[in-house]
Every structure is written in C-alpha cells, then in structure tokens.
Design a protein. Structure first.
Lengths: 132, 317
C-alpha cells in the first residue's frame, strides 16, 4: 500500500480512506500556490491596522478575533517554561481592514490603531498617541 | 480531548483554516470555523454545505482549508459527513486504514439556511442514525450568500429582502425556530450554543473540543453576526455577539444526553433588548412609535426563554 505522502500528491492518486494529516509543526507546512494563503486581499481595504510592539501585552485577543488569520505569531517560552504565543506582526496580504482587532485591543493606549493605507508604518508609529 | 487552558497557549496552534478567503471584512464565520478546527489535534474530515463559507473559502483554484474538505449541496452536508464516517468505520473494521494510529474526526459546517431549513432532513436523519460527527451551524439569521432572504432563523421584526419593512409590513412576522432544543430532542449526546467573541472564546473552544471528542452526533449552534445583512460596522462584530449574550437574546448553554441543561454563562446584569436591536440597521424601523409593540414582544420572548432555561437548569431534567 502506498504511503500517506504518496497518496496525497495529486488528486488522481488519492485512495479511499486517505485523510490529510494535521500539521503539528508549522514549519513543515507546505502551501502550494493555489493555497488562499498566497492570495492577496490587500486591495480590499482603505484603512490598515498598525501594530505597536512596545505597547502589546500579548493577550492574543486580536489573534482569536481576526477573521482573516493575519496575525503572525511566534512560539516563545515564558518564565514558567510554558509555551505562549507572541504577536510579531500583521500579514498585510491577508488583512481586509475590518478593524475588529483594534476594537478588541484591551491596553489603555491601544497597541493597534487604524491608519489610512497611504501612511508608512514608521510614520504611523511616530504619530501614536502618548500618555498624558 | 485537547486541553484548552489559556489563550496564549491556544494561539500556538497551527492554523488549519487560513486567511485569504473572500468572506466580508469582519465576518464572524471565519472566527468560529478557525476556533472549531483548532480545538482538536486529531485529523479532520470536513463537509461544508453551500453557503457563504463554502463559496468564499474555495474559489477556484484557491482553497483555504488545510484539512480534508468536501463541498456538498445545500441539503446534504450531514448526509455526506455521515457517509464518510460510515466508510471510515467500514475500513477500520476491515483493517484497511492507511494510518491506524491516528484518529479521524468528522465535522460538518452549514449556514442557518443549510441547517434550519434546507439541510434539516439530512441533519435529523444523521442524528437519528447516530453517526459520530459534529455539526456546526453558523447562524447569521438569513440567507446572506444570496442577498439576505429570510430563513426560519430570522427573528421577529427583522428586515430582510423577502420581508421588507415599509408602510404595510414591519419585517419578519415569525419567531425564530429553536433548533438547539430540537436537536437536543433527537437525543444527541451533546448540544450547545456559542458565539465568537474575545470574552467567550474559551466557551466556544471548549464546547468544540468537547463536542468533537464526544462519541455520537453532536451539534453546536453558533451565532454569527453578519455585517452586511444585519447592517452594522465591520469592527463591531464581536460587540454585537457579546450584546446578544448580555441581553439574553442568544443565551449560552449546553445540553448533555438530550436532557441535562447547563447554562455556561450568566450575565451579571441583564441589559434591555433595545441595546442589541438598536445597534443593528435591520431593526431600525422597530424604534418608530407604531412598531413599539414588537420591541415589547421581543423583550417578553427573551425574558420567558431565559426564565425557562433557568428553571430547567434548576430542575435538572
């Protein structure tokens, strides 16, 4: 019998009962050019969210509520040796600019804010509201 | 059953439903789907009924799914998944599984049109035959994919394209069908309601994990606020979902073995229903003086249902 990998190469080699395995390791995830991950919906938006790493407390609320899975997370270990997700950025290819992430951000000065599409990210970080 | 402790750990799960799909900005469908498919480590087989989710996540030649996935007609998502599950059982009986040490779980997604109305016969049949699968209803209370027609999930007074508001009509005239209770009456081992929100993310994830690990037909009814047809701003999706729970318009509860009801979240203070209705454009006409009775009717229905749930939980029947 063919191995799972051989079974799942092309559609005409798929055999009865073959199931796509879960991806335990995100590094080994292979995305073909026909995966919607490689499609760009960036032209949908007029405003973009800008992420400020300095104010972020890694609550991951934006990750769980983002409809387009555009938050890039990195797995890090915390002080107690448990794994936790650290938000490192936004994938602007996938973001449609809905603004849910800004709405749910819980920090006193939001670590995510909407800016017009034409403003540079560095420029936006300079315009960030300051503490009184 | 996958252990879900906190969001920081849960966020490390590699996504099995990717972005780049063409759902509307701020659509709650993808939030629900992502949490459900991430709530288990087992391999998944998914069938999706025709609807917003299927149309937007599988536009040729692109796909958003990292799991085995089939698109099936409007009416037979549950029939397809029960067929796949029956085949899986047959193969395992004959020792023909290609990967015996891995378990495979079966999940079906349907919109409210494909669950409440069109797909109800196949869902009822699959639940009655007792296949081992989870059915998730993404309930946005209308046929949003085809232009917002009414479905039997549309609540009273809502403006849809087939129940328009105007001089003569005040919108939808019927109450919402209580599908969760109907599925519980089938004797399903696990039935629950859920919403996508940051406050209740764990509620949804644990319910999904529990439902997937339960043997037998299970059902989750997830409210999915629709920015396009409910007419609110895209960024308010989670707020609207939260309000639906805080006003008890969509209470969160679970039913085990068809009778044991547990309310999983009790709002500390029940907010009047006007808060929830006033945020949505589809209910804007209810605030005219001549339509005031509909809001009173809404409040009465909500209070009665919340009372019923509490009494049923107390009685434990």
């Amino acid at each position: 019998m063919a191995t799972p990998k051989e079974m799942l190469t092309t559609w005409d080699k798929v055999q009865f009962g073959a199931v796509l395995p879960a991806f335990e390791d995100p590094e080994h995830k292979v995305r073909s050019k026909f995966h919607s991950y490689n499609y760009s919906v960036a032209d949908w938006r007029v405003e973009k969210p800008v992420f400020n790493r300095e104010l972020c407390i890694d609550c991951d609320f934006c990750w769980v509520s983002c409809p387009d899975s555009c938050f890039i997370v990195e797995e890090v270990e915390n002080k107690r040796g448990k794994k936790q997700a650290k938000i490192v950025g936004i994938n602007y290819n996938l973001c449609k600019g809905c603004g849910v992430c800004v709405d749910v951000c819980p920090t006193p000065i939001k670590s995510l804010l909407m800016f017009p599409e034409y403003i540079d990210n560095e420029e936006a970080l300079k315009q960030w509201p300051k503490k009184d | 059953m996958k252990k879900i402790t906190n969001l920081k750990e849960f966020a490390c799960t590699p996504d099995r439903f990717q972005g780049g799909h063409r759902l509307c900005p701020g659509c709650a469908h993808s939030m629900i789907v992502r949490e459900v498919v991430n709530a288990t480590d087992d391999d998944l087989v998914i069938s999706t009924a025709t609807g917003c989710l299927e149309v937007c996540s599988a536009i040729y030649p692109y796909t958003s799914w990292d799991v085995s996935w089939i698109h099936i007609g409007f009416e037979n998502a549950a029939a397809a998944i029960s067929g796949a599950e029956a085949m899986y059982k047959a193969l395992s009986r004959k020792n023909k599984l290609y990967n015996e040490d891995r378990r495979v779980k079966f999940v079906a997604f349907g919109g409210d049109g494909g669950t409440y109305d069109i797909g109800f016969q196949s869902l009822s049949g699959a639940a009655e035959r007792g296949h081992d699968f989870l059915y998730v209803c993404l309930d946005n209370e209308n046929y949003a994919n085809t232009g917002g027609q009414r479905s039997s999930a549309t609540p009273i007074g809502a403006h849809t394209s087939t129940t328009p508001r105007g001089r003569v009509s005040y919108g939808e005239k019927q109450k919402k069908k209580d599908l969760t209770m109907i599925m519980a009456a089938h004797g399903c081992p696990y039935v629950a309601t859920a919403i996508p929100s940051t406050k209740h993310w764990k509620d949804l994830a644990t319910k999904a994990a529990k439902a997937i690990s339960t043997v037998g037909p299970t059902f989750i009814n997830a409210l999915s606020p629709c920015t396009t047809e409910w007419k609110f701003k895209p960024e308010e999706t989670t707020e609207i979902a939260d309000l639906a729970v805080e006003t008890c318009a969509f209470p969160l509860y679970e039913i085990e073995d068809g009778h044991k009801l547990t309310i999983t979240y009790r709002p500390k203070q029940k907010i009047p229903i006007e808060e929830y209705l006033g945020r949505q454009g589809r209910f804007a006409h209810l605030f005219k003086p001549e339509n005031k009775w509909i809001i009173e009717e809404w409040q009465k229905n909500v209070d009665e249902y919340w009372d019923y749930l509490q009494r049923r939980e107390e009685a434990g029947v």
